[in-house]
Design a protein around this ligand. Sequence first.
Ligand SMILES: [Zn+2]
Length: 303
Amino acid sequence: MTTSIGVVMTEHIVAGRLTGPLGQQKLEGDRLRYPLDYAETEALIGVPTSELYDLLASLIAPLIAGSAEPVQAVGVAVPGIVRNGVVEDSPNLAQIKGVRLADTLGEVLKDHGIHTPVHVLNDADAVAAGLAATGGHLDRLIRVWTIGNGIGYGRWPQSDGVWEGGHTIVTLDPKERYCGCGGVGHLEGIMGNRAMRMRFLDLEPEEVFANAKTGDARCREFVDLWHRALAAGTASMIHLGGPGRFYYTGLNVDFLELPMLKRHLESMVKMSPLQSYSLEVLAEDDGMSILGAGVAALRAQSW
Ligand SMILES: [Zn+2]
């Protein structure tokens, strides 16, 4: 029997407790969330890191206190480049750039009398880990695109490297400079929420996709570009890592039209050994990332 805590910090923070035999953990009890209002998507923007630690601890501590079994690990999933417990960069949660998240959160938890080790990982990697755990395929390659404020790319098994798939170059047009990281021609510069708001100063992303459905030419053109960009990012991953299954999830996954994505991808991947890929949409649900964060934290201890 194992017990761990999974935490996800993206536009919001959500945490849950996982129990079960290794490889078959399930969420137990209620998830705790900040902010409580699901419609509030900018609650963490600009919040100082010291307050973020307190917020994280305020969700983790009661879950540990309420556990019947000792908790072996805390896994925290965040957007950006994460290595060895350090958030090296995080364009969509800028204040945590350079933060030694695992060590410092560990110290803050100690002040609450909690000595459980903390493991930090990329949020898209957490979704991939969660998928691997639910399917019982901890040995099979799983790749996930998370489509939200930023564009995340996650893999399971985790392997050394950066894997910032959202910053894949999908266009050489020098005018494409809306990416949160400042880079030109990036996938996130077309698909990310912030990028879409900068492109359509007069429209929210939801309105762009709604207007495209009712025939607005400018919006239709963009929706096509949005899908072509995602197809290009996926095609690059197929040409580098091979075919296999790709999952699509995240805050904005409802914008995704799978037939349109498939059509563009077919035009981009022509070598027959690479055409045995499959694409699957996963409804947005924090449960998968909570599970993945908790499972990855336990696995990190056994490696
Ligand atoms: Zn970028």
